[in-house]
Structures are given as C-alpha cells and as structure tokens.
Design a protein around this ligand. Sequence first.
Ligand code: ADP
Length: 440
Amino acid sequence: MQPATQAWWFAAGRLLGTVLFGLAVGWLFGKPWAGLACALVIHLAWQLVNLFRLEWWLRHRSYADAPDVGGVWGEIISQIVRLHRRKRFHKQRFVQLIRQLQRSTAALPNGVVILNAQREIIWFNRMAARLLDLRRTADLGLRIENLLREPEFARYLAVKDYSNPVVIRPTTGEDCYLSLQVVPYGDGQQLLLVSDVSRQMRLEAVRRDFVANASHELRSPLTVISGYLETLSQDPALDGDLQGPVTEMRRQAERMTGIIRDLLELSRLEETDEVVGGEPLDVPALMSTLRKDVLARAKHPRDVRARVDSDAQLIGDEPEIHSAFSNLVDNAAKYTSPEGSIEMRWWVDDEGAHFSVTDTGMGVPVEHIPRLTERFYRVDAGRSRATGGSGLGLAIVKHVLQRHGAELEVQSVLGSGSTFTCHFPLQRVQQPQAAVTATG
Ligand code: ADP
C-alpha cells in the first residue's frame, strides 16, 4: 500500500477511535453525546494546531525546518517539500539558460536589440551598443525611431516590409554604413539585427567606379572603330570577300556600344538608392511612342497593341521610366516572332498603377524567372546574342522600378509567351482631376 493511502486509512481509524473513545467515556458518565462532542473538539483542535504549524512553516520556510508530524499532515508536508525542491531546480536551470543566452548574444559579432510592441528598447547586446551608440541604462525604454532618425530607417519602419535589411549611414560615424533588419516575433515584439557593412559598401563603390570608368574609357576608342567600320563598309572599292567580315564587325561594334551604354546607365542608377520624385508623366503618349518604335524595327511582331484602361498619370522620372518601359517592349519585340503579337497595358486599381507588356513569344522556363534581372543573365546566351541583347536590360528595369518604389512581376510560359508587369504604389498615381486642379 502507498504511504499516502496508508496515512489516510490511519487518519480514518484514528477518527473512528476518537469517536468510540468519546462515546465510551461519555457513557461511563451517563452522557455519551457530551463525551462524543468533547472527543471531536479535541480532534478538531489537534487538526487546527497542525494547520497552524503548516501555515507558519510555509511563511518561514526559507529558514525554518519542516514541522515533524506524522500521518496525513506529514504526507502533505513531504509533498510540499518535494514540489518546492523541483521548483528550485527548474528555476536554477532557467536562470542558467538565460545567463548562457545573454552571454552568447553578447558575444555575437552582430548587434541585437529587443523591442516591444511599441518599439521601445527592452534589451540590447554589446555590439548593438557599440554600433548604435546606445547607453545601457539611459536608452532602455526609449523608442528606437527616436534614437535612429535616419530617413531610410523611418521609411523602412513605415512600409513594414521587413523581408530585406535597410542600409543606413549614421550621422555619427565617418564613412560608416549599417545594415538594419527587423525580425518580428512573439506577440508584437521585434528583434532589430544590426551589422556593420561599411567594408562591403566600400568594395561595392570601388566596383561601381571601376565599371563606370572602364565603360567611359572604352567608349571613345569604340566610337572611332565604329566610325571607321562604317566608312569602310560604304567604300565601293571594298573587296567583296571583306564585305561579310566588315558587316559582322560593325554589328559586334554596335553590340559593344549598346553594352557600354547600358553599363553606364546602370552605374548612374546605382549611384544612389534614393527614391526619385519626378513629374506627372503621360503614359498613354509614351506607349504610343514605344509602339511606333517597335513598328519601325526591321523585323517586328505583326500585331502591336497599346491598351489604355486609365487616364491617370504616373509620377516619375521621365528618362528613367522611358528607359524601363522601352527595355520591356524591346525585349517583347526581340523575343517574339513576326507572326506573334505584343500588348502594352496601362491601368490603375486600388493597389496602384500597373504597366504590363504581354507577348506571344518564346517565353522563359520557370526556373530562370527569379534570376532574369541579374546583370548579364541570359536564359539562352545564343538567343540573346543573336538578337543583339546586352543582358543588362532587365537589370536596368529593376533598378528604375526600385527607385520608384515599384516592383517587377514576371509571368511566362515556355513556348507561349510572357507578361512583364511593373506595379507602382498609389502614391505614384496622379488622377486627371487632381492634375487639372494642380495646373489650374
Ligand atoms: P537582353 O539584352 O539579353 O535581352 P535582358 O536583361 O533584357 O537582356 O533580358 C535577360 C534575359 O531574359 C534575355 O536574355 C532573355 O533570355 C530573357 N527575356 C527577357 N524578356 C523576354 C521576353 N519578353 N521573352 C522571352 N525571354 C525574355
């Protein structure tokens, strides 16, 4: 039998014994009920004494020993002692775990800041303190946006798209760049991860300068070569055997000129990540120009349509938007056969403004789609070279869209065609009514 069960049987037996003893003594004196009542009162008093000792020990258990009682009370006390020991053991393990966690996050090479739902600082590690110039006691409880006032960070928090980090240049550090990323967790809390990306940014700047300078330097000799090749190709005295090679050399020189032009444009776009403002643009007029450009190509799809579903204007930088849209339309023309068709579409809905180019061309295998906007990425190098592509067109489109807070969506079915859609946010839309008021 379990000790607890034994104790309960013993307690029941003792109660029965008390009752019988009370009745017997009372019977001896001719008052059995009075005897019983006295016995029960004594029994109750004994229980109260035990209850008092238990309660007193619970209050002073940090320094007092457990009362030495047997029976059910003894069982209850030993249960409490066991529970108490288990709790202390778990608490110690928990404290150890927290200490280890704090030590490991303190040793992280990246900064970590814990923010609550109001974005107030709860805790930060040593690296975060160093990178963000935080002070251990003074800055706890302050809102992070009051300490980091860089506009890029404010915009990052306002947009609430935390899938990528934002790079800021704190006013405190000379030539210092920090990458910040918010990671939401739990019940509205957030982790702010901070890392020093100054070295990467410096290398990136060196790479950009190198590409821009090399492109600049190559442009002049190439212009001379192209000029001579043109003169040569028009020379009636040119040997017939040389006609073919000279034409091919001209074609390749034109390709190189295109690549250098695109490289220079990309370098210019990469110079700043800033979102551009701009003027309201007449997209339907731009579409009609692009349509004419396609039809002016020596080889072009038979059917080129421009579908305008909104007369709203797009606020943006005219040369950049022109370059992005013309790259998309150019690709559609390049990768669609003369029997195929192209449709440009411009529309506005609750989410923003959209410009799409749909073609019935060769399409792109689905596994290539995520990489199309990388520099020099080609689905099929032969196909692209044959059409005179530089492999930089979609990289330019991506950059222009980024600078306008917009995104590129690509849908394509191999052999059936593709749709490239630019999604602009609502802030970029100017309704005609507003345009009239603004100009009137
Ligand atoms: P390119 O100058 O080579 O066309 P882009 O950056 O404009 O370079 O495009 C990258 C690659 O994406 C192209 O090489 C081509 O394979 C593919 N591509 C782009 N647009 C289309 C399209 N409309 N249809 C099929 N493939 C396309």
